[in-house]
Structure formats: structure tokens, C-alpha cells
Design a protein around this ligand. Structure first.
Ligand SMILES: C[S@@+](CC[C@H](N)C(=O)[O-])C[C@H]1O[C@@H](n2cnc3c(N)ncnc32)[C@H](O)[C@@H]1O
Length: 262
């Protein structure tokens, strides 16, 4: 007889394992306007904790922090001496969005010395410019959530890959989103051009706005990260996994059921 699977944790029960992050997720996250799920923030900051356990260090970058919801969570996961860089056009829905971003960071405990705010267009940025902003240190974690076109994602992916440390992680927002079906084509093409990279896991969507994220890493780091993710988020593993033909990866979800068959 097959054993019943444990119930998956709810979004509210998900933890990164970093006290400052988890406090923000519980008390601040939902109050900051944004489009990333609490579930994804907990897993991504859990990955930042895992990186620290594996002695992976370096700056953290977000392309498209908007008002700071996800960025603040990432910044609370920084270790001593690390900084978080936010790159945004800061012109949507109005130019005051930059002030709101700064105010949200200050209100939720991310001091000015832990963050670099860069009003810039990632589509025209070179890896050398990005690395210079990071003081020459390659990033350990880059969240890409800027312009949602195939061309812009392709450009952002190349930029991120060039500024990433070998043990680094790239997270892509709004994957498999019904409104942006061609983003998946950009990811598939990228994986074809970069056989050194693979999808580490898929973080399933919470709502249509708080959509699915893909987590990418170098192939040689896949097993180390996967083992730690499995340990931390066992209850939220969707049993069948994701097939990237031929590569398989974890799917973390708030709904781990399978279709009923007779
Ligand atoms: C969907 S919002 C990001 C939401 C946020 N990451 C979150 O999780 O709450 C997308 C952001 O990307 C920014 N953006 C769009 N195109 C960009 C570009 N070419 N360079 C930099 N930022 C860009 C927009 O200004 C906007 O703030």
C-alpha cells in the first residue's frame, strides 16, 4: 500500500530559515506593492541561506525591483559585507516609484549602505558596467523581473550570466505565465546556447499575478543545491518533477496533488 504524502506547507508556513527574512515575510511583505509570491520569496531566500551554508558569497541583484517587495526580502538575507543592487527604469507607473522604493527599503529595515539603487535600462547595459557597479564582484544571485519580451529576457539572461559567479543562481519571474508565452522560448534558446547552465527548480505560481519562477544554476552545482532544497522543502515537492528533455528538475508547489486515476 502506498504511503499518504504529507500535506504541503501553505505559503504562510513557508520559511527561508533566516530570521530577518522570515520576520519581513510575516509582517511586511504583503504590505509592499509587488508581483512576486511570498512562497517564491521564502524559497529564494532559503536558497540564499543554502548558499551561505555552502560558503557561496557575493552581491545580490534584482532587475526590476519596482517598489521593493522582493528586493527587501533578498536584502535581509545578505551576509556581512554583501550588498543588494536594484536596477530599474523607475518610470512606471510614474517617476515617484523610485522614492517609494527607497521609502519601503528604509521602512522595512534595509539601510542605505546595504543597497545600491541604479536607475538604468538593463537592455543597454554591458556586463562590464554591471560588474563595475558591484565593485568587480560577480553576483551570487540575480533575479530577472524587468521587461517581459523575448528580446529583453534574452538580453537580461546574457547580462546576468556574464555577471554571475560560477556558483551563482539566476531566478526568472513570470515563467509559464499565460500573458507571456514567448518567454519560455527565450529560456529554451538560452539553455541551448549555454549547456553549462540548467534549471535547478521550478517554483510554481501562487496566483496569476504572483507567477511561476524558474531557478537556474551551473550544471556542476545542480546536485549540491538540489539536495539542500529537497531537505528544506520536502513537503512542497510535486512528485513528478519537470522534464526539460533530457534534464529533470524539482517542482516546488503549494499544491502537490496528482491527477486521480481509477
Ligand atoms: C513586474 S515589475 C517587478 C516586480 C517586482 N520584481 C516584484 O517582485 O514585486 C517590473 C519592473 O521592471 C522594470 N523594468 C522594465 N523594463 C526594464 C528595463 N529595460 N530595465 C530596467 N528595469 C526595467 C519596470 O520599471 C518595473 O518596475
Amino acid at each position: 500500500m502506498s504511503e499518504a504524502l504529507p500535506a504541503p506547507l501553505t505559503s504562510e508556513q513557508m520559511r527561508s530559515g533566516i530570521p530577518a527574512v522570515d520576520r519581513y515575510l510575516d509582517t511586511g511583505y504583503a504590505t509592499v506593492p509587488g508581483m512576486s509570491s511570498r512562497f517564491a520569496a521564502a524559497v529564494c531566500c532559503g536558497l540564499l541561506r543554502i548558499q551561505h551554508e555552502l560558503e557561496v558569497a557575493g552581491p545580490v541583484v534584482e532587475i526590476g525591483p519596482f517598489e521593493g517587495r522582493f528586493f527587501i526580502a533578498l536584502a535581509h538575507a545578505l551576509q556581512k559585507g554583501e550588498i543588494a543592487l536594484g536596477i530599474d527604469l523607475f518610470d512606471w507607473p510614474n517617476p515617484e516609484v523610485k522614492d517609494r522604493f527607497e521609502a519601503n527599503c528604509a521602512k522595512h529595515g534595509v539601510p542605505a549602505e546595504r543597497r545600491i539603487v541604479w536607475k538604468a535600462d538593463s537592455r543597454t547595459m554591458t556586463p562590464a558596467e554591471l560588474l563595475a557597479k558591484l565593485g568587480g564582484k560577480p553576483a551570487r544571485f540575480i533575479h530577472i523581473d524587468g521587461e517581459h519580451s523575448r528580446a529583453a529576457l534574452t538580453k537580461d539572461l546574457e547580462l546576468a550570466t556574464a555577471a554571475l559567479s560560477p556558483e551563482g543562481i539566476i531566478v526568472l519571474d513570470d515563467m509559464l505565465h499565460p500573458g507571456y508565452p514567448t518567454l519560455m522560448v527565450a529560456v529554451q534558446d538560452y539553455l541551448g546556447r549555454h549547456p553549462e547552465m540548467c534549471v535547478l527548480c521550478i517554483i510554481d505560481r501562487e496566483t496569476v499575478v504572483a507567477a511561476t519562477k524558474f531557478v537556474l544554476c551551473r550544471t556542476e552545482w545542480f546536485k549540491r543545491y538540489e539536495e539542500k532544497l529537497l531537505e528544506a522543502y520536502k513537503a512542497n515537492v510535486w512528485p513528478l518533477g519537470a522534464d526539460f528533455e533530457p534534464h529533470w528538475c524539482l517542482v516546488l508547489s503549494l499544491d502537490t496533488r496528482l491527477a486521480k486515476i481509477t
